[in-house]
Design a protein around this ligand. Sequence first.
Ligand SMILES: [Fe+2]
Length: 352
Amino acid sequence: MPIDPNVGLGARRGRGVASLGISERIRRLCHALPRGPSIDIRASMSHEWQEPEHLANNRQEKPMLSHAMRERLADPAYLDLHLVASSILRDIQKVPWYDAHFLRRFAAARQYLQIVKPEALERFSAGFAKLQPPRDFSPIKLERLFSDEVHQRIRDTAASIPRDDLKDYETSDFGRLIYHDQPYFLELQRELVPLVSKLVGQKVETGYNFLSLYGGSGKCDPHMDEPVSMYTLDFCIDQGVNWPIYFSQIVDWPNVENLADWHPRQLLQDPKITFSSFELHPGEALIFAGSSQWHYRDSIPAGGYSNLLFFHYYPDGTHDLVNFEHWPRHFEIPELAPLCDLIAESSSDMAK
Ligand SMILES: [Fe+2]
């Protein structure tokens, strides 16, 4: 629903931040940040904005803000923090690689805490150390992960998924069709928890899994995964051609604020980053630390295909860390809630 661009912060229907008696620190920030058409204006208006009945009756699209968010925004203290959150989310650097949402949200949270609760920033940042693998971790090759019977059942299960059920939204970026969390694959993923825990040296729990069917336009640009897939077990079901995958050493998470005008392809010329090549053959698997190792594949050789199964794992007990919705409770920082609520509400604004 379009918003009248002439209705700005502090206007009749809005809540002028200067009028709320908020802390000087937040007030200064809200006035200092450049403004433009953005989610903060939409959000700050919407809790008092009444949609004309004739438009409401005809409108098909999803409402801009949930009813719950509108109710929260009626609280002036919540609104103050919401405005800080919306400014940060609007301006924070977009991250030019697949699966980068976590790092962007993590950076947003640190920026936000620096403003609204700086004394909690160090504790918050340090709390994510559990999502860092050992510095000397390197990919682990498994030459025969499953029996021939199980391998065949995996093939049959993959082949039984109707073509129309395969998702094609990664066709342009990856040249692959995907399918998430098939029940038999979930069962296998759970069965492998003890083995993966032993091999990576810490107890893990399951994230999501997906079947990845790369075709002749398969490729995978350099990227880092989200910590919900801190450890990935990549099983090769079948392939038509050898197709190496490259992994960097374990690296620190990049700070997205330093990545303006940067593309992960530049990593290939960075002397500080060393990539190692691995090949998978049908029946073999690799375990890697995808949220702390850059990884990529070049374009698949002509005529190639590769059917892979990805099982994702993260350290046991870190469910709250890998899911931003839980950060306020986990860290006992209720001031984080307006930021996390807004991320959840406007997740499309955080997309690459
Ligand atoms: Fe990845």
